[in-house]
Design a protein around this ligand. Structure first.
Ligand SMILES: O=C(O)CCC(=O)C(=O)O
Length: 275
């Protein structure tokens, strides 16, 4: 990263002009656009590539609707509702869910089949199973009553219905979720995701997927940060999952536990014929 930043900033160079006179150093006028330092004359060589600026990271904190990009796939939108749950209700819900949900640590698999434990605890609710990172969460249709009530109030608020819920428990500041998009085929095209946070505040980061010519390099991508506090509801919709990635990074300082509930709609994936 440091290396890339440096490459972005060091553009062009000062060089001695390739004239015979400049080598001899005697009795010359400085060239236009050059810098005469006495015996040596330097002139500026324009950079071959245009100067590229790393976009400044933006922070979203205030309630509102945000159109975060218009392409390449379409419009990506966020809606932030801090204090969606009143404080006392959020406190009670956090304590209840922490104590009563069937939290466990899931094992995921990388592309080479390498197993790793997720750095957080999870549980899943829905009529259908959910597979991500090459590992399946079994269907669990027995919703905790608190979650059913919460789902209904979110559905009413945003006029969108959900049939599934992924619950994440970040036990402390060392728990995290890596960069990813919620773009599994089972979520359908352009999924709407409602994310409710309870407990300690953690920073939710987004970064725009780079165009193909960047070959997976996010250096010049737009970046957003959203501190998600106790009782805050965040809606991701439109093309957010197609055009952006999100993550919650580990923290350097201690953090208390945090629960994040992401309501989704899961569809039966088309069965592929073996013929
Ligand atoms: O904890 C969060 O705010 C994000 C959770 C998340 O990215 C996910 O469940 O896909």
């Amino acid at each position: 990263m440091g290396d890339k930043r440096q490459r972005a900033r060091v553009q062009g160079s000062w060089a001695k002009p390739a004239t015979k006179a400049s080598h001899s150093g005697a009795g010359k006028q400085p060239l236009p656009g050059s810098w005469n330092t006495g015996p040596r004359t330097y002139e500026f060589h324009q950079p071959a590539d245009p100067v590229r600026v790393i976009p400044t990271e933006k922070v979203i904190e205030k309630a509102g609707d945000y159109e975060i990009s218009q392409g390449p796939t379409g419009v990506s939108r966020l809606r932030l509702l801090p204090g969606f749950l009143p404080l006392e209700e959020a406190d009670w819900m956090f304590a209840t869910l922490l104590a009563e949900l069937p939290w466990s640590q899931k094992t995921n698999y990388g592309v080479m089949g390498d197993a790793y434990d997720e750095p957080r605890l999870t549980c899943w609710y829905g009529e259908l199973p959910y597979t991500y990172s090459h590992s399946k969460m079994q269907a669990n249709p027995q919703w905790h009553p608190v979650l059913t009530t919460l789902r209904q109030s979110i559905e009413q608020e945003i006029s969108h219905s959900f049939n599934s819920l992924l619950c994440n428990l970040y036990r402390d500041g060392k728990d995290s979720i890596a960069w990813h998009s919620d773009d599994e085929a089972s979520l359908g095209p352009h999924p709407t995701i409602a994310s409710l946070s309870l407990g300690d505040t953690r920073v939710f980061s987004l970064r725009k997927k780079p165009p193909p010519e960047e070959k997976g390099d996010y250096t010049y991508s737009e970046k957003l940060k959203i501190p998600l506090s106790h009782g805050t509801l965040l809606i991701m919709e439109g093309c957010t999952q197609d055009d952006w990635q999100h993550s919650v990074a580990k923290e350097y300082h201690d953090r208390g536990p945090r629960i994040n509930l992401t309501f989704r709609t899961i569809y039966l994936e088309p069965q592929h014929s073996s013929m």
